[in-house]
Design a protein around this ligand. Sequence first.
Ligand code: SAM
Ligand code: SF4
Length: 488
Amino acid sequence: MTKKLYLETVGCQMNVLDSELVVGSLRRQGYELTQETTDADVILFNTCSVRQHAEDKIYSALGRLRHHKVKHSGTIIGVLGCMAQKDQEQIRRRAPHVDIICGTGQLAQLPALIQSVQRTGALQIALSLDRTQSRHEVERSFESYDPMRDPSMRPNRFQAYVRIMIGCDKFCTYCIVPSVRGPEQSRHPEQIAAEVQQLACEGCKEITLLGQTVNSYHYDLGAGRTARLSDLLARIHDTPGIERIKFITNYPKDMTDDLLEALRDLPRVCPYLHVPAQSGCNEVLKRMKRMYTAEFYRDMLARCRERVPGVAISSDFIVGFSGEKDVSFERTCDLVREARFKNSFIFKYSPRPGTKGHELYADDVPEEVKKRRNNDLLAIQNAASLQDHRRFIGTRVEILVEGPSKNAWKQESTGPVQLTGRTRTDHIAVFDGNPRLAGQTMQIDIEDATSFTLYGRVVTSEQVGVEETDCCDESVRPNQRIELPLVG
Ligand code: SAM
Ligand code: SF4
């Protein structure tokens, strides 16, 4: 009999990918997804620990399930991912109705853990070692979770994430990731290439390579040879069917020239870099242990733009980190004013027990100051994004259509609706068209822009996507010839 699975995901792209893989593997065990916790046999939360807010959300959701579990004692509730790895004691105390606690490095055990709960009714825990143990042992306890892909588990079949490494060794003082995702370990390039090939055969056109510090990727091939990210990009570049390759997230210190040259020379690698700066103040960067200065970051930006003409760059910032004074924050504002980022993600500092930052420094910036700095920096970034977006007005860009925009439901159900897609530089564009254009690469004329969005019109006189490919699944030819336009 079909069993029902409810899965809620919080956090980064790595969690989204983990969830896709978990659902794929449980579907092979006969589970079907449900949108409701009330009719689920298994309820899973794939969790994030990067900020307190993400943890609070999960504890609230678990709290709401307490009564449900009393009435339906057979329902299995599991906490997966970063919070599970970090806080098993706290989860047991605050949510004793949880049946499974499974860390990021143990997801392959999940089907067996569910069976054990069904058999014994007892709490099942699968966690990796903490980072005080020997590196080799800890590495072995964090398994890269890369089971078979299931295209029906992605929001669409033409875009996919591919994990190229796990973990992080940078230990920025504010960040919990190195503890909950373990040591940095890169996957073998041939294993990655095989996965990309399989995804392409299933109709995938765009892949995004994932790593916490993706440009630190290096795999020791033996005999003194190492595969770097630039080598990996070259290796997968000509996979038939793949039109776009992106990679996130980059670490500023590891932005090497060979990588920038690969970005410049490999046409399917998109000219887009997400390179978080975190702060523009050297004292703050030092306390964050980011290992670079604001001057280094500026030089790196200049080098990216010189080597890769037209590259779009985005960033992350933390405001209100311990010891951040008004004058330190001003340095960050200066950087954002100058840097011409496409966009920035701005976060208020959230102290994380278990990090050096929490241990060494007081959380001494009041909440209202963090809020104000967040808003001020956002306003500066929004003005820069508007300027960046407006230069597209009057130009023609290539879009990969992702599907109806979030406003599409407001429109009439027949005829064209508002569609959304992204340029090769990761700019979001909306335009009217038929929903069946999702997955197609098209030319769009940009007519207007806001800080967040380009507004365009489909180019009517062209045919795009005519390149023939040699794909193994005839039913899902990735580059089909399409007839345009379908717009009103
Ligand atoms: N590995 C990536 C990197 O180094 O940029 C990103 C990892 S983290 C999941 C994503 C972003 O969350 C970081 O770039 C940082 O801006 C933010 N972040 C991490 N720890 C934080 C904390 N304790 N409080 C607020 N924001 C935090
Ligand atoms: Fe966290 Fe720093 Fe590693 Fe990014 S590089 S995951 S911010 S420790």
